[in-house]
Write a protein that binds this ligand. Structure first.
Ligand SMILES: Cc1cc2nc3c(=O)[nH]c(=O)nc-3n(C[C@H](O)[C@H](O)[C@H](O)COP(=O)(O)OP(=O)(O)OC[C@H]3O[C@@H](n4cnc5c(N)ncnc54)[C@H](O)[C@@H]3O)c2cc1C
Length: 275
């Protein structure tokens, strides 16, 4: 089975981090990703850096860049401007997200003149240009969802509004993804639901991320790291095992959260035979 892959990067803050990003991009490009996406910092904080990064990818590489865009803290007019700039720069794929409220701000409140959430943003982007649109999905249910069913209905709304692909939040137990995919299919969702894979380079940090976004840490994973600190070989083994378990169930597409580092992702792709 030939595998399709995509990579997610974040826009760097410093000159050194910038060099690291482009080294990672160069190292991973030969693996032939379908697209490479660039995140949008909380509350639009990386607006210019995200733009500069996707634009440079478009200009200087053969890769297909996808720009993330969120609704937080911005009016529709502002977001529409960002989207038009992406289009003018030759960016044809947007990962459309609601975003999270700033730390300590409590529950999500849309900007008074803003998009209400990701479904509304998808509809708005589809009106602006013929973007390819991807959206987020949550195998373990979004922490703010009223129920797993409501979360799935919301995903369907985003796809019905014009998105053609869902990319999942990271998860570590293949059963979570497989159950979610089966429930999505039963709910009439036919779009690809691409598993988001987070290779673990720093287990302590990943546990913090996971607690924030509602992803569970299997006890077996705790045991694998116990006594070994942050051994990256364990992170590579675990991610490769996760991908292989999904591949055995017929999954042929993976989206890797690279955290701008190539080594772990390259090792995993080699193990799962991406070529
Ligand atoms: C692949 C991926 C990439 C991401 N990239 C970024 C990024 O670049 N920058 C960033 O800041 N964040 C990013 N995030 C995080 C994301 O912004 C958060 O998870 C956020 O809390 C939800 O965004 P969403 O687009 O899924 O929201 P939405 O789908 O709009 O809503 C989130 C959840 O709230 C509930 N909900 C919302 N509105 C309704 C409604 N009207 N009716 C019923 N239920 C509702 C649903 O359960 C829904 O799943 C990413 C997440 C994923 C999965």
């Amino acid at each position: 089975m030939s595998l399709k892959i995509s990579f997610e990067f974040f826009p760097p803050k410093t000159v050194e981090a910038e060099a690291g990003l482009w080294r990672a991009v160069a190292a991973l490009a030969p693996l032939g990703p379908r697209f490479v996406s660039v995140t949008y910092g909380a509350g639009g904080s990386t607006r210019e850096r995200t733009h500069a990064t996707v634009e440079r990818m478009r200009r200087e590489t053969m890769l297909e860049p996808a720009a993330h865009l969120t609704c937080v803290g911005a009016s529709r007019a502002d977001i529409d401007d960002v989207a038009r700039r992406y289009w003018q720069a030759g960016i044809r794929h947007v990962v459309a997200l609601r975003g999270d409220p700033p730390a300590g701000a409590g529950s999500y409140q849309p900007h008074p003149d803003g998009y209400a959430g990701a479904a509304d943003l998808v509809a708005g982007l589809a009106r602006i240009a013929d973007f390819e649109l991807s959206v987020g999905a949550y195998p373990e249910t979004h922490p703010e969802a009223a129920s797993a069913e409501a979360d799935l209905a919301h995903l369907k709304k985003k796809l019905d509004a014009g998105a053609t692909r869902a990319i999942t939040q990271f998860f570590f137990d293949p059963a979570h993804y497989l159950r979610f995919r089966d429930r999505a299919r039963a709910a009439g969702i036919t779009a690809p639901i691409v598993p988001g894979i987070l290779p673990i380079a720093n287990f302590t940090q990943v546990k913090r991320f996971a607690a924030q976004c509602g992803a569970s840490i299997p006890a077996a994973m705790e045991q694998r790291f116990a006594g070994f600190g942050d051994d990256p070989a364990i992170g590579a083994d675990l991610a490769a095992e996760l991908c292989l378990a999904l591949k055995a169930e017929g999954i042929d597409e993976f989206h890797f959260y690279t955290l701008n580092r190539a080594e772990l992702v390259a090792a995993i792709c080699q193990r799962i035979q991406v070529t």
